[in-house]
Design a protein around this ligand. Structure first.
Ligand code: MRU
Length: 340
C-alpha cells in the first residue's frame, strides 16, 4: 500500500507491478493505482498521475522493469518499450536517466533490471532525508531561527518517493521548530501547489497560506517572505535551474527583494551533460489546461494558448543548490567588459 503506517509513498513496486498514488485525484481522494503495463505507465506519467523529477526517475526505472518482464530477450519490442518510457515527458532528467540505468541491466535478466529499479527507489528515499537535513541547516544559517518560506509547485513525498526536496526541507524546519511560516503558490495551470503541496502540509500539521502565482514577487517586496525554496527538474552543468513554470518569476522577485533563492534537488537531477538551460527541451502541454479547470471553462472559445510546463532560472539568480551530498554555490557569471 502506498500509505503505509503514515508514510506516504508516491510510487512503489508491489506484488509484481507499479503502485502509485493517483495525483490527479488529490486533494479529494487518496487513491492507489496499479500499473501493470508500459502503456498504463506512460499514460499515468503524461496525465501527471505520477509526477515530480525523482518520482519520475523511479517510474522510468520501474517501467523498464515491467518491459523486461514482458520482453526478456531484449528484442525490438523491448527497445521500443524502453524508449516509450524514457520519452514520456521530456524535461525532468530523471525519467530518461532512471530508464537508462535500469535498461543497462537487461543482460543479467529481468530480475536484475527490477533490482536496479528498486535501488533507484531506495536511493531517492535516502536522498530526500539527506537533503532535508542539509537544506534545513543551510536555510537556518542564511535566514536565522524562524524564516518565512515561499515555495512553488509540489516537491514533497508526492514528487519524490517519500520525504521530498524543497518541501522536505520545509518539513524538517517545522520538525526542528525553526519555521516561521509557509506560503505555497498555487502553481497554475494544474495547481500542484494548492492541490498537492497544501494537502501534504495539512497532512504534516504545518500551517500555510496559499497565494496565486502572480502574488509571490509582491509578497516578497512587502516583506512577508524571508527565503524562497524550490525543487528542480534538471540542474544544468552551469547551474541553470529548470523547474515548474513560474519559478523564474519567483527568482526575479527574490533577487529584487534581496532574498535568498534556494534550490533543493538530488544528485540524480544534476545533469552535467546539459551545459545550460537553453539546451533543455521544455515540455509544452495541452491548451485545455489553460482554457479551463475541473470542467469549468475560463477563456473564450478559440483563445490561443501558450502553455510551457517549465522555465529556466539562470544561475545568477540562484543563491545555492542543495543536493543529497553537497551545497553547490553557482559561480557568478563572468562580467567581461571588452574594451571598445
Ligand atoms: O509537471 P510536474 O508536476 O512533474 O513538475 C514538477 C516540478 O516542477 C517540481 O518542482 C520538480 O520536479 C522538483 S520535485 C522534487
Amino acid at each position: 500500500m502506498s500509505d503505509r503506517e503514515g508514510e506516504l509513498r508516491a510510487i512503489d513496486w508491489v506484488d509484481g507491478a507499479i503502485e502509485i498514488i493517483d495525483q490527479t485525484a488529490l486533494p479529494d481522494e487518496l487513491v492507489t493505482r496499479r500499473l501493470t503495463t508500459v502503456p498504463d505507465l506512460v499514460e499515468a506519467i503524461r496525465s501527471l498521475a505520477v509526477r515530480g523529477a525523482p518520482a519520475l526517475g523511479v517510474a522510468g526505472a520501474m517501467g523498464v522493469a515491467l518491459a523486461a518482464r514482458a520482453h526478456p530477450t531484449g528484442d525490438d519490442a523491448w527497445e521500443a518499450a524502453v524508449r516509450l518510457v524514457a520519452v514520456a515527458r521530456p524535461t525532468a532528467v530523471n525519467l530518461a536517466s532512471g530508464a537508462a540505468r535500469a535498461a543497462a541491466r537487461l543482460h543479467d535478466g529481468p530480475e536484475a533490471v527490477l533490482a536496479e529499479a528498486l535501488a533507484v527507489r531506495d536511493e531517492e528515499i535516502a536522498s530526500s532525508a539527506a537533503m532535508a537535513a542539509r537544506g534545513a541547516d543551510l536555510v537556518t544559517a542564511l535566514c536565522g531561527p524562524a524564516p518565512r518560506v515561499l515555495t512553488h509547485c509540489n516537491t514533497g513525498s508526492l514528487a519524490t518517493v517519500t520525504g521530498g526536496t524543497a518541501l522536505g526541507v520545509i518539513t524538517e524546519l517545522h520538525t526542528r521548530d525553526a519555521l516561521g511560516g509557509v506560503i505555497a503558490s498555487e502553481t497554475r495551470p494544474l495547481l500542484q501547489g494548492s492541490r498537492l503541496t497544501a494537502w501534504e502540509l495539512n497532512r504534516n500539521g504545518i500551517d500555510y497560506r496559499l497565494a496565486v502565482d502572480g502574488a509571490g514577487p509582491f509578497l516578497m517586496a512587502r516583506g512577508e517572505v524571508d527565503v524562497v525554496i524550490v525543487g528542480a527538474d534538471r540542474v544544468c552543468a552551469n547551474g541553470d535551474i529548470v523547474n515548474k513554470i513560474g519559478t523564474y518569476a519567483h527568482a526575479l522577485g527574490a533577487a529584487r527583494a534581496g532574498l535568498p533563492f534556494v534550490v533543493v534537488a538530488p544528485e540524480s537531477t544534476v545533469d552535467e551533460a546539459t551545459l545550460s538551460g537553453d539546451q533543455v527541451a521544455i515540455e509544452d502541454r495541452d491548451a485545455a489546461e489553460v482554457l479551463g479547470f475541473g470542467g469549468t471553462v475560463v477563456a473564450p472559445a478559440g483563445a490561443g494558448v501558450a502553455n510551457p510546463a517549465f522555465d529556466v532560472t539562470p544561475r545568477d539568480l540562484v543563491t545555492a543548490i542543495v543536493t543529497d551530498t553537497r551545497v553547490l554555490h553557482p559561480p557568478e557569471p563572468a562580467h567581461h567588459h571588452p574594451s571598445r
